[in-house]
Design a protein around this ligand. Sequence first.
Ligand code: FUB
Length: 324
Amino acid sequence: MKKEARYLVPGDYMADPAVHVFNGKLYIYPSHDRESGIPENDNGDHFDMNDYHVFSMESMDDEVTDHGVVLAVKEIPWAGRQLWDCDCAHKNGKYYLYFPLKDKTDIFRIGVAVSDKPEGPFIPQANPIRGSYSIDPAVFDDGDGNFYMYFGGLWGGQLQRYRNNKAQENGEFPKDTEPALPSRVVRLSNDMLEFAEEPRAVVILGENGKPLTAGDNTRRFFEASWMHKYNGKYYFSYSTGDTHRLCYAIGDNPYGPFIYQGVILTPVVGWTTHHAICEFKGKWYLFHHDSVPSGGRTWLRSLKVCELEYNADGTIQTINGGGE
Ligand code: FUB
């Protein structure tokens, strides 16, 4: 594969990739963007997606295979609107698709749908996961029987409405000098359908050993959590949202704390940036999206992939997103 990023699904708008290798093949679980005519606002109402497709690749030089619609809003019993970034995990021959969706009262919850195959179709559970909230679930298989979900997103993702896993009367943001609102991490139950514990804060420490502050908006967490392991270390990566970077922090276990390291991807064309990092056939890749093919329409994004390279000390080489 060439070093420069390439678009994966030229014929349709797909975003927010989650990527895993199952049975030797690469599977991509993106959001499916569409033009619904809803005006752009800070609440993200213009991201009005109503189904998911799954894509697979035999090798990185392949074209992607589209497995079609695998889950739609109309099939989900508790659905309100807006299917945002999903992820998939495999355990004991079953595949679990985790997805954020607003319920009938316009509150984001995280649901799960199950299939016998990585390419679906997926059958949704009757209710969202008990105790779930906000958006952007990313599920990490630690290889020891434990699976962890990272989730949360600010602004339209509603994370600011919660403290200690409880909804607040007024969802207020911390002051600039206070610790930033964190992503959450939770271990999943053995049957993969519930949280096994109360979600915990994903704390990112700066060089002074203190949590990044809310005012540190070029480095603090905003949305789009992802976890991968490299050389025994845990790499938590995320979007800084309103400053449009993908950044990462490294820890010694899935719960953290994580120490801030730097930028993986500089801003792309389009407001959102979102990614997955995955090893496939001996190389590492960054999957992400931008809005170049739609002429900058930020709610119509296109999937991309490029190689990701590490330095000898385990830090990641910054990739140019082309949007600055
Ligand atoms: O696709 C809708 C939202 O945009 C996602 O949930 C965020 O991560 C951002 O990419």
